[in-house]
Every structure is written in C-alpha cells, then in structure tokens.
Unconditional design. Structure first.
Length: 276
C-alpha cells in the first residue's frame, strides 16, 4: 500500500472514532455502532468490518457508518490482511458516505479518501498493464443536474417563470420605450434560463426516482453480452468503479460504465444505498 494511504488512515481513524461515538448515543443500534468504531480505533479491521456489515444488513443507512465501513476495509488492506475486493468495498463505503452526507466536512473527507483508494487501484492496474481509468465521470446532463439540489432547480424555475411573465408584460404593455426594451431583454434572458431550469428539475427528479448505481467490489467485472458470453476485446470493469444499473436479471446485471454497456455478474457489484 502506498505511503500516502498509510498516512491518510493514520490520521482519519481517530476522527471516525470521535464522530461515530457521538452518533451512536442516539441510535437503537448504538451498542453495535460503538463496538464497530472501537474496533476500528484499535486497529481490529476484521471485527470492525463484521460489525459495520451487520449494521448494513439491518438496513442502517447512515453516512457516518458508510464512511467508517470504508475506513475499515481500507485499514485491512493497509495492515496486510487484504481480501480480494477490499479496495472496491472501501470505495463503495466512501461513495455511499459522499452521497448520503449533508455535512460538507464529511463529504470532503469521503471524497479525499475515495481519491486515495482509487489512486491505489489505478497504480495496481498500471503495474498490471491494464487501463488505469477507474472513474470516467458522469454524463454532462447528469453533471449539470447534480450541481444543485432538485428543490433549488424547482425554485429557480418558479422565479424565472415570474421574470419571464413580467418581462413579456413590460415588453407588450409598457408605456415608455425604455420599459418595453427592458422587458424584452428580461424576457429574452429568462426564457432560455427557464428552459434549462425545467430540464434540470426533471433530470434531477428522474435520477431521484429511477437511478440505481453500484460499485464494482471484485478485482474485475468481466463484460458479457445478454447470453453471458464475454464480449470480444472488452476490458474488465475495474475494481472500485461506480456503474449505473440498467437492468438487473438474477445472477447477471446490465450496467453502464462510461461508453461501456454490458452485462456483468451480480456478485461483482454492491449497490449504493439511497435515502428515499
């Protein structure tokens, strides 16, 4: 494991212990959460993983728990007890924490940890002669829709529609020439901006209702066609990659990763939890 990763986890395990203990007091699963965080703080990665996975099995959806679970998997890699897929599961925990958290500090920590883990995955792939791309990023439309929360896009749409109405009113019914000119300018700016806001609102709502994503938690996920036959020349999806779930079908799941649209074994994926 890289020196940067060692330094990172030496610093952040203590922070995870402090944050986790504060949260455990208010939870019915507080005892289990306390045990998991204590094990993490003491360097007992296996025990911490077992406790955090039990919390996940019980349906606990919590940004701090996901973040600490990611730390536990990464710690097991750091101490030399790595199990295949640990880096992918660490990436899953950090991705989930980043998605679930409303705390900017925790979001930044999860993003930094995710970058370090994916950097390690990329270095390993480089040494093996595989493509190093682990995160191709989201499409432009989804990136724009994700810049602001859905309620903000909706509020912008309402405000811009009012501005458009006022501009048209001034443009057609204004008494003074300057008023009509100003109204025309306002309407010409508000109209395209309103179209963007409405489009982004629908895109954000679509993602909230239908989008399902997962992280590859195996050393590689082999792309297949719908019959389960390996695609010729296709490179396995990298460990730790975030993919969009297109269609689950029992033991196989159709996913989208960048420009790749293929079927992979469902056992190589772990779906990201979401707050409905």
């Amino acid at each position: 494991m890289s020196r940067a990763l060692v330094a990172f986890f030496a610093a952040f395990v203590v922070l995870a212990f402090a944050a986790g203990s504060a949260r455990a007091d208010a939870s019915e699963t507080g005892a289990l959460f306390d045990d998991a965080v204590k094990a993490l703080h003491e360097g007992r990665a296996g025990d911490a993983i077992a406790s955090f996975e039990t919390l996940a099995d019980q349906g606990v959806v919590d940004a701090a728990a996901s973040y600490d679970r990611g730390l536990a998997y990464a710690m097991r890699v750091r101490i030399g007890a790595e199990v295949p897929g640990d880096l992918g599961r660490a990436a899953h925990g950090f991705e989930e924490a980043r998605d679930l958290s409303a705390d900017p500090g925790l979001t930044d920590e999860a993003s930094a940890a995710l970058g370090i883990v994916r950097g390690e995955i990329a270095r390993r792939r480089l040494r093996a002669g595989d493509p190093v791309e682990v995160d191709p990023g989201r499409t432009l439309g989804r990136t724009l829709a994700g810049l602001l929360p859905e309620p903000v896009w909706s509020a912008l749409g309402v405000g811009l529609s009012l501005a458009l109405g006022a501009g048209l009113f001034a443009r057609w019914l204004g008494v003074r020439p300057r008023t009509r000119i100003a109204g025309g300018v306002v309407a010409s700016v508000a109209a395209p901006a309103l179209a963007v806001a409405v489009g982004m609102t629908f895109a954000a709502r679509h993602d909230r209702w239908t989008l399902r994503e997962a992280v590859v938690v195996a050393s590689g996920a082999r792309p297949n066609d719908a019959r389960g036959i390996a695609l010729p020349g296709a490179t396995p999806l990298p460990e730790g990659a975030r993919v969009e779930i297109v269609e689950p079908r029992g033991a196989s799941t159709r996913v989208r990763f960048g420009t790749t649209d293929a079927w992979v074994s469902s056992s190589t994926l772990r779906e990201l939890a979401r707050i409905e």
